[in-house]
Design a protein around this ligand. Structure first.
Ligand code: PRX
Length: 656
């Protein structure tokens, strides 16, 4: 973030107060902030009381052994019972939980809470029949179909932590995640629909299962696309429709310890190895359900909520599955892309189901801006009353377009800051309270202690920038990195004692409101997807023709950042260069990590800029990738390197 951008942000003078009627009826009012700061634990206990517990907790927070938190210690709870059974028991069995919309037109399914209960129980019994017991891990590699939700909740019901792997990851990435968390069952489908065409998933699972050496005992396969050419191994593979459909709809749920693992979600860090972020049951459900109710002002009786995130990411977990279902919401779940079969598909869905709360990512908003407002203008979007944004900083221009075009110029936009690790939204406006500024996540939510600090860990004054930190634990926080407590401590809690460092830079404006600026570490954010520069570098150097690689995230108008790679070839590559090789390397990254990590641009270079101690100066590479004048090169071991790289800019690059 340049100082110019910083000063532009601070000149933002537009203010959007909450609509009066929304403010008057809001779930959360301004008093909540003071109440939470006066009695932190009491505040979270009150939110926990919104859920159904078996044994009530003895202690709200045990922080005796930081950074290892225990929330609602001694309490017992079942996430699936809270997301499903309790709504049926309360007489809401006929209420729609999920309006599912397949990508092919007219392929829809409305699932009530009573039906959801039957489906989850059948899936639970099916997993039991495959030998899954409490504590076992189950990997899920599915498109956005209801069976994905059924499986997650079935795992939660059993106490078998799930790990959902986004469909855009490759067989190799799948195999390393299966191995890391030791999953014995994988749930997948033959394929899913992508822009009107079936796209296979099972072949990647087959390849991954072969790689993990007998670890996976069963693969449960949903028939979604009906592709008839999929390979089948009778010893391992089982069809969902054959196994699950014959199961009983009854299942007696056990209440699990509040700290029982709920799921592991892999995310990129600053090293080559993805981190398995562990979330546990009680605190996670409290954090996600409270924030979903507070930030979106959810009125479960009347609202129709829609979060467009894929269930393979944390947003899909917290704000499509656990938060909304724990709150008894009616929601939309859409399988496909925004432009299939036409560019108005999302708005058509909003109109059809009367969506009132809509949650999406800035990269999508910018894409719609590019397509033009005439497209959403053709649809009746008057049902919408709260808009949300997540995943990356939202630029004021996109924010205002979103508010004006989708929100008729009067709908509050909540810019929600959080992370895979935080599990729940931590910094966001409240739609009935906050006078919002376009592009700012504004203030920490009630019960959250966030700050911006300098290198010494001291709070910076208003009007200055620094690092975003959290000073107190919060209920949905990660508990550790799966199997690696040391890495958990080092990564998040070692920079300043007792303080969680999020990896983001932020600024406090003159009013003390927070503007999140993006990552300050080697993590990139491409279309709201988190990617590690190091991980892509190691994928590149695993190619036999590559000697060295450096990857940077360069600013990109559409995707926020884009992956740009600089590659030095091995002698054995024989001076090869040009488009064919660049394509080969891009495909290699897709194979190693997944299509989402494919570099936008690869430059074959003779040298990389390094300091005298051998550290690659990514800052200079970013200058090159963003076509800026390069900054200070005096610390380089060999300052002529930059000339060589720049002269190579025109050759050997590939833009898609
Ligand atoms: O850099 C921040 C950015 O996304 C990162 C977290 O990515 P991930 O774990 O994949 O979770 C994404 C969905 C919660 C953060 O460290 N980020 C997320 N939300 C915002 C954001 N940056 C600015 N403003 C936001 N609202």
């Amino acid at each position: 973030m340049t100082s110019e951008t910083l000063s532009n942000l601070s000149h933002e003078e537009r203010r959007f107060p909450p609509p009066a009627d929304l403010a008057a009826a809001a779930n959360v009012k301004a008093e909540a902030y003071a109440a939470a700061s006066q009695d932190f634990e009491g505040f979270w206990a009150t939110q926990a009381d919104r859920l159904d517990w078996g044994q009530k907790w003895d202690r709200v927070l045990n922080w005796d052994n930081p950074p290892f938190a225990k929330w609602f210690e001694g309490g017992t709870i079942n996430a699936a019972v809270n997301c499903v059974d309790r709504h049926v028991d309360a007489g809401n069995g006929d209420k729609v939980a999920i309006h599912w919309v397949g990508e092919p037109e007219d392929d829809t399914r409305d699932i009530t809470y009573a039906q959801l209960q039957d489906e989850v129980n059948k899936a639970t019994n099916a997993l039991v029949s495959l030998g899954v017991t409490k504590g076992d891990r189950v990997a899920i590699y599915l498109p956005m179909i209801p069976e994905c939700v059924f499986t997650m909740l079935a795992c939660a019901r059993l106490g078998a932590p799930h790990t959902v792997i986004f469909g855009g990851f490759s067989a190799d990435a799948l195999a390393s995640r299966i191995t890391d968390c030791g999953a014995k069952v994988v749930v997948t489908s033959d394929g899913g629909y992508r822009r009107g065409a079936p796209s296979a998933l099972k072949p990647a699972v087959d390849e991954a299962v072969a790689k993990v050496d007998g670890l996976v005992e069963h693969v449960l396969v949903v028939r979604r696309t009906g592709q008839d050419d999929i390979a089948w191994n009778d010893d391992v593979d089982v069809w969902w429709h054959e196994l699950v459909e014959q199961q009983s709809t009854e299942h007696e749920a056990e209440l699990h310890d509040a700290e029982h693992p709920l799921y592991v979600m892999y995310t990129s860090g600053t090293t080559g190895k993805p981190k398995g972020i562990l979330h546990t049951t009680g605190g996670y459900l409290v954090g996600t359900s409270y924030t979903h109710w507070a930030v979106f002002d959810l009125k479960p009786e009347t609202d129709v909520y829609w979060c467009t995130a894929d269930v393979g990411w944390v947003t899909g977990h917290s704000y499509m599955v656990y938060g909304p279902l724990a709150n008894g919401a009616t929601q939309v779940m859409y399988e496909g892309v925004p432009d299939a079969p036409h560019k108005g598909r999302w708005w058509e869905i909003i109109e059809k189901y009367g969506v009132t709360i809509f949650y999406t990512a800035p990269t999508a908003i910018r894409t719609f801006m590019k397509w033009g407002k005439e497209i959403p203008d053709k649809f009746d979007l008057s049902s919408v009353r709260v808009l949300g944004s997540v995943g990356e900083p939202i630029n004021p221009e996109a924010y205002v377009w979103y508010r004006d075009t989708i929100g008729a110029g009067e709908t509050p936009v909540v810019d929600t800051w959080w992370q895979t690790e935080t599990g729940q939204i931590l910094i966001s406006p409240l739609p009935g309270v906050t006078e919002a500024k376009p592009g700012s996540a504004m203030t920490p939510l009630p019960g959250i202690d966030a700050d911006v600090v300098n290198d010494e860990g001291e709070s910076v004054p208003d009007g200055s920038g620094g690092y975003l930190v959290l000073r107190k634990p919060w209920p949905a926080m990660l508990r550790t990195i799966w199997g690696d407590d040391e890495r958990y401590k080092d990564t998040y809690w070692s920079r300043w004692p007792g303080v969680y460092f999020a990896g983001d830079g932020a600024k406090k404006d003159e009013d003390g409101d927070i503007w999140v600026l993006g990552r300050v570490d080697d993590v990139m954010n491409v279309s709201g997807h988190r990617l590690s520069t190091t991980e892509i570098e190691s994928a590149l150097v695993s190619h036999p023709k590559v000697a060295e690689a450096a990857v940077v995230g360069a600013a990109d108008e559409m995707t926020g950042q884009a992956v740009c790679a600089f590659v030095i070839l091995r002698e054995s590559a024989g001076g090869e260069s040009g488009d064919a090789l660049v394509q080969e390397l891009r495909n290699h990254v897709a194979k190693e990590i997944g299509a989402i990590a494919k570099p936008r641009q690869i430059l074959i270079v003779p040298e990389l800029p390094k300091t005298r101690s051998g550290k690659i100066m990514r800052r200079l590479l970013r200058d090159v990738a963003e076509k800026r004048d390069i900054g200070d090169v005096t610390t380089l071991a060999d300052s002529s390197v930059m000339n060589l790289i720049q002269s190579g800019m025109s050759s050997g690059s590939s833009d898609e």
